[in-house]
Design a protein around this ligand. Structure first.
Ligand SMILES: *Cc1c(COP(=O)(O)O)cnc(C)c1O
Length: 358
């Protein structure tokens, strides 16, 4: 158990007006969680303080070699006025998998969850209530040693900030166009693709700009070796419905193990679908599209939850998936997962819908 010292702000900000579009990641709440780490001492000084600037030297290691880890999850306001999270224990576990890969010290998983719950509870009045909105929670760790040598830092900050966010889709689910990137790659096996860290995103920007310029909203990455097998989308995992089966690329070390991905696999299996986690090649997709068995394509991730794909581009081919609209499984998954998150659908597993006060 962390002993979290709470200092409330003297200057609460005006909360965004109800009904005004919030966008994503642009507004921050009144408070943040902060905790320090020093080698030999461990994690200490857990505190919730007013949201403010942090002070670091330009020599802080995170600025130079990118030793940092981040997480992302959402909080929702229940009908009972309490704040709820979706599977925060999974974020705590994944944070440590990222930490291990990046030589960042582990954060005890119960402390991670306690910190998230505590800060969300302090700022629970910031949770927006319009359909599709939520409070986005961003925990992250940065290396703070003043040192330009390449080595793991001896000092870190663990911070959690909160951002009220609007509905991902202004008017219900909306199919997106996806660009299968055939030149740049995001990650390779043995690298840091499975870790949630800024470096993966830095590596993705160039292709993202290219895809946007061509009128596509997201990049679908191929494997870094043969550029033949499907990996994942920018910040989403990818699923296909091929001849009635639910298929997703197996976790290979270069794919981020999404919590939404895990939840979708669990639900689909429990609904009786045949589910396969395996290699999926672009050629297989093109073939399935030609013979009419590529029935649905959708992305999964915390931001959009389920993102139906209407169009897939690969080199000279542009494939329209189904009728370009929202597939049946995509819609059912979206309704179920968002229903469990907001408490409108009973949690079938008992530990997916978690009250911050428990
Ligand atoms: C966070 C993330 C995802 C989705 O993970 P969720 O836990 O479902 O939000 C997928 N791919 C990448 C690269 C990510 O950073």
């Amino acid at each position: 158990m962390l002993d979290i010292k709470i200092t409330l702000t003297d200057h609460p900000q005006q909360k965004p007006e109800a009904g005004k579009p919030l966008g994503f990641g642009k507004i921050f709440t009144d408070h943040m969680f902060v905790m320090n780490y020093t080698e030999g001492k461990g994690w200490y000084d857990a505190r919730i303080v007013p949201y403010d600037k942090i002070s670091l030297y330009p020599s802080a290691m995170v600025f130079h070699y990118g030793q940092e880890m981040f997480e992302g999850l959402k909080a929702y306001k229940g009908e009972d006025g309490k704040a709820y999270l979706f599977r925060p224990d999974m974020n705590a576990k994944r944070a440590n998998e990222s930490n291990d890969r990046l030589c960042i010290p582990r954060i005890p998983e119960e402390d991670f969850v306690q910190a998230v719950k505590a800060v969300v509870n302090v700022d629970k009045d910031w949770i927006p209530s319009e359909p599709g909105t939520s409070l986005y929670v961003r925990p992250f760790v940065i290396a703070t040693d003043e040192f330009l040598g390449v080595a793991p830092s001896k000092n870190y900050l663990f911070i959690i900030i909160l951002s009220p966010s609007g509905a991902y889709y202004a008017s219900g689910l909306n199919p997106v166009g996806i660009w299968i990137e055939d030149e740049f790659v995001r990650a390779v096996r043995g690298g840091i693709g499975f870790a949630k860290t800024g470096g993966n995103y830095a590596a993705s920007l160039k292709a993202q700009v290219k895809a946007h310029d061509a009128g596509f909203s997201q990049v679908l990455w191929l494997d870094g070796v043969e550029r033949k097998y499907i990996e994942e989308v920018g910040a989403m995992n990818i699923f296909f419905k091929i001849a009635g089966k639910i298929v997703t690329p197996a976790l290979s070390g270069s794919i981020l193990p999404g919590i939404t991905r895990n939840s979708v696999l669990t639900l689909c299996r429990d609904w009786g679908y045949e589910v396969e986690e395996r290699k999926v090649s672009v050629d297989e997709l093109i073939e399935a599209q030609k013979n009419g068995t590529l029935e649905e394509v959708f992305g999964t991730g915390t931001a959009a939850v389920i993102s139906p794909v209407g169009k897939l581009r690969y080199v000279d081919e542009v494939m329209t998936i189904g009728d370009g609209g929202i597939g049946e499984v995509s819609q059912k998954l979206y309704d179920t997962v968002t229903g469990i998150q907001t408490g409108k659908v009973a949690d079938p597993y008992g530990n997916w819908h978690v009250c911050v006060e428990d």
